[in-house]
Design a binder for this molecule. Structure first.
Ligand SMILES: CC(C)(COP(=O)(O)OP(=O)(O)OC[C@H]1O[C@@H](n2cnc3c(N)ncnc32)[C@H](O)[C@@H]1OP(=O)(O)O)[C@@H](O)C(=O)NCCC(=O)NCCS
Length: 225
């Protein structure tokens, strides 16, 4: 599994992904900036207000606002003017005339990961390599007895990495389809694991295949005022 060693600073005017390209943005959500809320729509404000934990709410606002800002920069419009429609299980898509931009976001803790393509449906998931209680029992339930047996034969660190590789692949495929993680999965959707940072595991899945990791365009956004 590859670790992404270098994330470039964001370009001032990002160029839309071309056919077959994958663009990835890693976003730091805990940078204090003023008034990211200004980019959000009323329904997004409501969602943020309903969240019980202040930290979760703040990170949701940061992720949404940065996602809007990045999409808007690609489309040469204003972040507040981006409109989304939602699939039956909640997958957001851009409503923008003539746009072939596809995207998917994952956020966990202080990081978010945004993946973008041209026309090709995309799903992304990212998880910290945390302690997973009942890892083997969960694996049996989700991935079956054979996978559980393989994991049981590994030492603990390797077991944890393999578990989160399988888990993020499963989620990325589900998110590519726009379904829920516990609905029927589609193992035929190409998916690739990678480490966005040490201690994290991610997967990206895309219906028309995924370019070699060295060809990905990778940017890191540290929001500022
Ligand atoms: C989609 C899902 C797999 C995301 O899991 P997660 O690990 O908690 O979250 P992630 O951080 O990776 O992704 C969340 C982001 O993915 C996007 N998203 C939401 N639903 C999605 C879906 N069904 N497919 C793809 N992307 C989705 C959103 O951008 C969301 O960000 P937001 O929470 O800020 O709006 C999970 O929430 C799920 O299974 N949802 C489906 C629920 C369902 O089946 N509903 C049926 C209708 S009642």
């Amino acid at each position: 599994m590859k670790t992404i060693q270098s994330w470039s600073p964001p370009p001032e005017k990002p160029v839309l992904p071309r056919s077959g390209e994958l663009h990835l943005w890693l976003i730091d959500l805990d940078i204090q900036t003023v008034n990211l809320e200004r980019y959000l729509s009323p329904d997004e404000h409501d969602r943020a207000q309903r969240m019980l934990r202040a930290e979760g709410s703040r990170r949701f606002v940061a992720a949404r606002a940065c996602m809007r800002k990045i999409l808007a920069d690609y489309l040469a419009t204003d972040a507040g003017l981006i409109n989304f429609r939602y699939g039956s299980a909640g997958k957001p898509e851009i409503v923008h005339p003539g746009s072939d931009l596809r995207f998917n976001l994952s956020h966990s803790g202080h990081l978010a990961l945004l993946a973008l393509t041209h026309q090709s449906e995309i799903g992304v998931d990212m998880e910290p390599l945390k302690q997973q209680p009942n890892l083997l029992a969960i694996s049996r339930k989700i991935f079956g007895a054979e996978v559980q047996k393989t994991l049981a034969a590994m030492d603990e660190p390797r077991q944890k990495v393999r578990f989160f590789q399988l888990w993020t692949e499963l989620e990325a495929r589900a998110k590519c389809k726009g379904s829920g993680v516990f609905s029927q999965t589609d193992d035929t959707i190409p998916a690739v694991n990678f480490a966005p940072e040490t201690g994290w595991i991610a997967a990206v899945a895309s219906s028309r295949g995924i370019p070699q990791i060295l060809e990905w365009l990778t940017y890191r956004l540290i929001p500022s005022d």
